[in-house]
Design a protein around this ligand. Sequence first.
Ligand SMILES: [Zn+2]
Length: 188
Amino acid sequence: MDELRKLPGIGARSAERIAFHLLKTGREEALALATAVSDIKDKVQPCSRCFNLAEGPLCHICADPRRDAGQVFVVEQPKDLLSLESTGLIGGVYHVLMGHIAPLEGVGPDDLTIAALVQRVRGGGVREVVLATNPTVEGDATALHVSSVLAGTGVAITRLARGLAPGSHIEYASRAMLEEALRGRREV
Ligand SMILES: [Zn+2]
């Protein structure tokens, strides 16, 4: 219960419920959870191409030949990727920046995966880069920086538009909001 309570969103009551559930549950189910927890630390690593969470060198999206590798959605964190994936509207692939530019927190462009993105675009095969950072001050600043370093590479650079209110987060956006933001993306 002490360990469960350290998890985000789990209070004392929930920790108690989960602990008692695990006591009652079959050995197989309980061990499946334990194995999954241990795999997070042992097997999960950043995808070598897009920095999404992966269990091998490439994540399941980069490894999927049905995805359009020419359209790259640039997001701040893996959670944003999951939100966009949940719309079922993305046929392209992703690039996870692993954060956003925040000078006050000491996070600059070099702390993100921007150089890897530029290299990926220069490597060819990318037609459109969709800036899907959050519509916050930091997200906008990051999008601006990414678009400036990609200028001259010849790819179309678009930004998610309407639907996402300024200051909101992709992670918490509804499917309808994300759909509108995706459809209304504009060239930057
Ligand atoms: Zn990947």
